[in-house]
Design a protein around this ligand. Sequence first.
Ligand code: IFM
Length: 456
Amino acid sequence: MADALSDLPAFPPGFRWGAATAAFQTEGSTDADGRGPSIWDTYSHTPGRILDGATADVAADSYRRYRDDVALLADLGVTEYRFSISWTRVQPTGAGPANAPGLDHYERVVEALLAAGIAPLPTLFHWDLPQPLEDGGGWLARDTAACFADYVALVLERLGDRVPRWITLNEPAMTTIQGYALGTQAPGRALMMGALPTAHHQLLAHGLAVAAIRAAGDADVGITNNHTLVVPATDAPADRFAASAFDVVYNRIFADPVLTGAYPDLSGFGLDAFPGLQSGDLETISAPLDFYGVNFYNPTRVAAASAGSEFAAAGLPFEPVDFDGVRVTGFGWPIVPSAFADVLVGLQDDYGDRLPPIMVTENGASFPDEVVSGGVHDVERIAYLDAHLRALRHAIEFGVDVRGYFVWSLIDNFEWAEGYTQRFGLVHVDFETGARTRKDSFAWYRELIARDRAAH
Ligand code: IFM
């Protein structure tokens, strides 16, 4: 293992090394200490929605085992831990005064991390919208953005003096596309282009949250967007047009307003203004950030929508298609590490001086890991991480200002609509017993971090 790492050049001094998780995917204890229901409780309890019929009622049991997770992080040697705060632990209905026991939990987590010398990096919204807010329109309703800012202020009031950096939203694109356009994730609405206001209201929520965080102190703040490299299926004009339209919907609708204060041109979709946009919103949304969070997993190959497809039926010009002859993860996602460097360099090219330093807030892969004789020999995950870190290193050499990297995920967890069928962790979790087993990738990442920190 040492030899395999020896030719990986050191990262810049002060580079932050981390691992990430999210509340709904790991915590369990869904009715503990006054927590209210979120859209993911509803969705996961709806028959037919989750591939293996599982719920996250127990998940990795991290609400009760958070000390075990902090001990794993300390052993791993990370400088930072990205986790998320569950809105319905803080406000069980999504509005009103704080639920003290919910905040007590996150205070214990923050204290345990700080005691271990690990900086907490909480995400304030990782998809688990309070169900009562969804009943009032969810992210289709402009008011949800103001509710989010109220919740953020409550969290900051309790934890703002000890948390150095905050992430407002995780991957708003997935909430809009999968949650409201396609219906393949909570809340399961299939509105296609009718989902667009949810993008704007999430971004408005982000901007209002930035203001609340700035008002509470001097912590750093950023947003996490997922980015994909969009590759046209062929050079044919229809495929190239489809790829550029997909790029708008997946990447640019969520990055441009934050980084440039304007939405991309949507005239190709028959729109001359973004649905829901009001005067002054873009100023709020584009408030300067301290870092820009990037999640990267894979590139996407896109063709013109084929006749009769659900995309064509919805009036969309594109349709994702498979890559030919490319290795895939357990999820079936194509493994193309160079696409990671291309995304990072592309962000710098596209946004220039308006792009704050990047933090890679998620990168990783699922594989069907099994415990064999007390160990998990996840060579494919090590190969994936190694190749993506080399690509990241190339992007840094190319001049992209990347300040940190977080593996998704610290531990195996509830992978949304896939239930427990996809394992992303550096640590295997037995979902019957909660037992944690370090995978070989854990030892590999630990060695990488130790070497890099020793190099400076
Ligand atoms: O598990 C998710 C995470 O919640 C958000 N980003 C992608 C991961 C893998 O699908």
